[in-house]
Design a protein around this ligand. Structure first.
Ligand SMILES: [Zn+2]
Length: 98
């Protein structure tokens, strides 16, 4: 049986660390340059990216005309949004100059 001279019964011996703190190792995705603290995090990231890059069989394919039309609508909406921002800045410039 071990003898214990500590009154509380808890051994409180401080020992120095066995080795110096290890250098923080980082794992970087070669494609998007995202940095992870662990190799498991990087592996998880790669698995998620791989999952979303695989073509699903249950998705239907749109005709190319529908895709072209959708892109045209999208460009139109973006241009209108940018035009509003640009005009508001021009208005402010004319107010500043007047
Ligand atoms: Zn990545």
């Amino acid at each position: 049986m071990c003898s214990n001279n500590n009154k509380t019964g808890v051994s409180a011996v401080l020992t120095p660390p066995l080795s110096p703190p290890s250098v923080l190792q980082q794992y970087e995705c070669a494609i998007c340059k995202a940095i992870y603290k662990s190799k498991a995090g990087l592996t998880c990231h790669k698995n998620i990216v791989k999952k979303y890059n695989e073509r699903r069989e249950d998705l239907y394919t749109l005709p190319s005309e529908a895709i072209t039309e959708f892109k045209a609508h999208l460009v139109h909406v973006i241009q209108n949004k940018l035009k509003g921002i640009f005009l508001s800045r021009v208005d402010k410039l004319f107010l500043f100059l007047a």
